[in-house]
Write a protein that binds this ligand. Structure first.
Ligand SMILES: *Cc1c(COP(=O)(O)O)cnc(C)c1O
Length: 377
């Protein structure tokens, strides 16, 4: 059997390892000099004034939600086609998801659907930059302004993407990045909240560190806080990876192009990613969509076929309104036709910085075999 091709793989260099080792030898493993440097560099990278490094992307979103004062009973408009953390982050605070559908072209929130879902209880719009694509920020900004709503950017999948020159993470009251090993860059686990608002940054800094005051003594706790700190070892890996990020983004862009080229031979059966005008995508994953004639069952058969041939793949994303955890919200199959139809037919293919051209043609060839093995006319 041929060697297997993983769905994702982190890209760790000797330089990255040396950077972590330097911290290990320093005796200051957690709150040391490296974290603040990492924060400054991330803020500068995405064009924000402040960055607060935390232990996950989920924590970054959660602290931002708390810093905005979102509370029990507030409604937040967001989409069901996402990773569960983009909803969990405010459900923790008792806020209620009001799901709306996505646009098939970008997999991101449909601004017209947002406007229809606003009620007197609506507090915020939380839009996700899905797979590295960008939500329609100009439209969302106009709606948020008109209805006096907070705007939040889950940019966890889009570090390095830009829209009309403005970086993902730079829209809304705050943005959030995540550094799990399958993201564009990694710290093992980790995340960062980015914002231009000093009040949000200060509250997030206090809450990530047991509610300590950010200026006074270690044993003064001013508010309910958490231990959401990012260690200096992780920050060192983050700084080293961030230096390499432009090369990562370029490597991923080339691989997305190789995929697009190799998949052309599959014609209309496989819809390759389309990128909006004015957007430069930093590719998180490479996701294709099967044509409408295919069902979720066909898609699952294709996933099995690929896995049997040693090719990592997954169905990004199952819809959140159909997940057991959110069953009690009252949504059903049919509530969000675009999200459901997309979710039934998407396939995430192997994607990482060091994937070779040959491996990509093997993936595409196997995908073609998988499709031909189905009896879909
Ligand atoms: C990765 C991700 C997060 C955060 O994930 P963590 O594992 O907590 O770092 C949040 N939202 C989306 C859309 C993501 O893809």
């Amino acid at each position: 059997m041929e060697t297997s091709i993983p769905l994702s793989r982190p890209d760790i260099s000797e330089e990255d390892i040396a950077a972590v080792n330097d911290v290990l030898r320093s005796n200051t493993l957690s709150l040391g000099p490296t974290g603040p440097l990492f924060e400054q560099e991330i803020a500068a990278f995405c064009g924000r004034k402040y960055a607060v490094a935390v232990n996950s992307g989920t924590s970054a979103l959660h602290l931002g939600i708390r810093a905005l004062g979102i509370k029990k009973g507030d409604e937040i408009i967001t989409t069901p086609f996402s990773f569960v953390a983009s909803v969990n982050c405010f459900v923790y605070e008792g806020a209620v998801p009001r799901f709306v559908d996505i646009l098939e072209s970008t997999y991101c929130i449909d601004p017209e659907a947002v406007e229809r879902a606003i009620t007197p209880k609506t507090k915020a719009i939380l839009a996700v930059d899905v797979f590295g694509y960008m939500a329609d920020w100009p439209a969302l900004e106009a709606i948020a302004k008109k209805h006096n709503l907070l705007l939040i950017e889950d940019s966890c999948e889009a570090l390095g993407s830009t829209m009309n020159g403005k970086h993902a993470g730079a829209f809304g009251e705050f943005g959030a990045f995540a550094f799990y090993p399958n993201k564009q860059m990694t710290t093992g686990e980790g995340g960062v909240l980015v914002t231009d608002r000093k009040d949000i940054a200060d509250l997030a800094k206090s809450m990530r560190n047991q509610g300590r005051s950010i200026t006074s003594s270690w044993l003064s706790h001013e508010r309910l806080g958490y231990n959401f700190r990012l260690s200096d070892m992780q920050s060192a890996l983050g700084r080293s990876q961030l230096k390499r990020l432009p090369a990562f983004i370029e490597a991923r862009r080339r691989r997305a192009e190789w995929y697009n080229r190799d998949l052309e031979s599959l014609g209309k059966d496989v819809i390759t990613p389309s990128v909006q005008e004015g957007v430069s995508v930093s590719w998180f994953v490479y996701v294709v969509r099967l044509a409408h004639k295919f069902t979720a069952k066909d898609r699952d058969a294709i996933l099995r076929f690929l896995r049997e041939k040693g090719i990592g793949c997954n169905n990004y994303f199952p819809c959140l309104h159909l997940q057991p955890v959110y069953a009690d919200l009252g949504y059903t199959l049919g509530s969000f036709p675009v999200s459901e139809s997309v979710s039934d037919r998407t396939i995430s293919l192997p994607f990482h910085n060091t994937l070779t051209e040959k491996e990509i043609s093997r993936v595409c060839g196997t995908l073609a075999d998988a499709i031909h093995s189905l009896s879909v006319p």
